[in-house]
Design a binder for this molecule. Structure first.
Ligand code: AMP
Length: 249
């Protein structure tokens, strides 16, 4: 069985982001970029499944400009077997991403697709669900445990107020939540080995997908700055302020 993992290049989660002066987006010049953390968890899960002997190949795909080959290479260093770079302008919208992934599933004969539950830059949480709908495949989103048994996959999902376990037939789509696993670090020998692993480049047009977007970002704004706190002398003053100023009690 082949596993396809979708990894997105995003601003590193530890970087304090700045909004561009013209409010057209986030300033990416010189920003440290990384694999979307949820995608890293998806890569780790795919590698663990392969290490258990339940998959033959882990293929990593990233859609974006040339720079996202860096995140593909990192995934190869973690243990994926080969990469596919779908060369497109940055900012391909979730529906087009889902269509591209669907085309690759058909082309490669994929048995299991692993994605992150959401991109930390655009916070969409859409691609996995759209992909499952496009491919008429069962989906296990927000996965915190994945177990392959008898040609099916058991997925435990994090839901409001608890967990839900679903049994999916293959091919299936799974999106990873934070507690699914703790990704490994790439060792130096594996980083060296990854340089020799193949990365194919294709375009959305090669896959028959039009990436034109019907969505226009009007403005990106930072959240309002927090006003400074005040120190209160005692509990009475705190209660009085909560009543008269904050009006929460
Ligand atoms: P989203 O629906 O945009 O929050 O993204 C959910 C997941 O879809 C991500 O964690 C990735 O696994 C995948 N994905 C989204 N955009 C891309 C992209 N440009 N390239 C590869 N995978 C992507």
């Amino acid at each position: 069985m082949k596993i396809l993992v979708a990894v997105k290049r995003v601003v590193d989660a530890n970087v304090k982001i700045r909004v561009k002066a013209d409010n057209s987006g986030v300033e990416l010049t010189n920003a440290k970029m990384a694999i979307n953390p949820f995608c890293e968890i998806a890569v780790e899960e795919a590698i663990r499944i392969k290490e258990k002997g339940q998959a033959d190949e882990v293929i990593v795909v990233s859609i974006g400009d040339k720079a996202c080959q860096e995140q593909i290479r990192t995934s190869l260093a973690l243990g994926a077997d080969r990469g596919i770079h779908v060369e497109a302008e940055d900012g391909v919208q979730p529906l087009a991403v889902a269509k591209i992934l669907k085309a690759l599933i058909d082309k490669e004969g994929i048995g299991l697709v692993l994605l992150g539950k959401q991109s930390i830059d655009s916070d969409n949480n859409q691609v996995a669900q759209m992909l499952a709908a496009l491919g008429n495949m069962p989906q296990g989103t927000f996965a915190c445990a994945v177990e392959l048994t008898d040609g099916k996959v058991k997925v435990t999902r994090e839901i409001d107020g608890g967990e839900q376990t679903v049994l999916l037939s293959l091919p299936a789509v799974i999106s990873s939540d934070l507690r699914l696993n703790e990704p490994r670090y790439a060792s130096l020998p594996n980083i060296m080995k990854a340089k020799k692993k193949p990365i194919d480049t294709v375009t959305p047009a090669d896959l028959g997908v039009n990436t034109a977007s019907g969505l226009k970002i009007i403005a990106v704004e930072p959240p309002p700055a927090r006003s400074a706190g005040v120190k209160v002398a005692d509990v009475d003053e705190l209660i009085s302020k909560l009543k008269t100023e904050a009006k929460v009690i």
